[in-house]
Ligand binder design. Structure first.
Ligand code: ARG
Ligand code: ZN
Ligand code: CA
Length: 241
């Protein structure tokens, strides 16, 4: 099996009001969720239906918080064009992104919970952005996205995972062999089974669009895809040193 890999994390809080200046406790609550979800120690893993229980993976990837930066900004909304990652635009530059996962916390706007950069992109914009109310499980959080699963989902993208439905029709792949085909995202808290493309959707996968309380697994195939970018020769191998 694989060795456990620990990814060091910097969190950059960019706030326009005191609520958005989230507490260290809120940040730590998110790191704890990432560690549970990626190590399959999340309590709700027991809810995985038996059809999929053999697919649920301990990715053997974990996270440790290295540091927190904080910056007040007069800007109330940052959008998705990476300005929050640039000091030249009033944001905060990433710290050594080859060796650290950088996470920016700021108001994105447009109803967007978070977004991520896939492996292979520019170092200057590398990392994950999450809006404050969807980061962590305590403090300034907002249901039904108050269980820290936005970061789990976005870090999945950062480690090369696609959405579970492949962002297309039934034949559009997510390049993972143990996730069932689907032609759509699911929302809310779907009842099991929810069937599309002649198979039951894995609506409880972190890479679907369901509520935080209704997503609780990665698969073995997703684990392989994430581990591949962290291993020797992978696009994020330097994170795992
Ligand atoms: N990028 C997605 C969005 O902003 C994140 C979805 C995360 N889903 C969740 N249940 N936390 O809509
Ligand atoms: Zn996504
Ligand atoms: Ca698949």
């Amino acid at each position: 099996d694989f060795p456990v890999v620990t990814i060091p994390v910097y969190v950059h809080v960019i706030y326009n009001n005191s609520q958005e200046n989230i507490s260290d406790a809120q940040i730590n609550s998110q790191i704890a969720v990432l560690n549970k979800d990626f190590r399959l120690t999340n309590g709700d893993a027991s809810l995985v239906p038996s059809e999929f229980s053999g697919n649920a993976a301990d990715t053997q990837i974990q996270f440790s918080l290295t540091g927190i930066t904080r910056k007040f900004s007069t800007r109330a909304e940052w959008g998705t064009r990476d300005d929050m990652k640039k000091s030249s635009q009033g944001g905060v530059d990433p710290i050594d992104p080859a060796n650290y996962l950088n996470i920016w916390i700021c108001n994105i706007g447009g109803g967007i919970l978070g977004y991520a950069q896939f492996p292979g992109g520019s170092a200057t914009t590398d990392g994950v952005v999450i809006a404050a109310p969807y980061f962590g499980t305590e403090g300034y959080v907002s249901a039904p996205f108050d269980l820290g699963r936005t970061a789990t989902h976005e870090v999945g993208h950062y480690l090369n995972l696609r959405h579970i439905w492949g962002d297309g029709r039934c034949r559009q792949d997510d390049f993972v062999n143990d996730t069932p085909a689907s032609d759509r995202s699911n929302y809310g808290c779907p009842s099991y089974p929810t069937t599309h493309c002649k198979s039951n959707d894995m609506t409880m996968n972190y890479m679907d669009y369901t509520n935080d309380a209704c997503m609780y697994m990665f698969t073995n195939g997703q684990k392989l895809r994430m581990r591949a970018v962290l291993e020797s020769g992978g696009a994020r191998a330097s994170l795992a040193l």
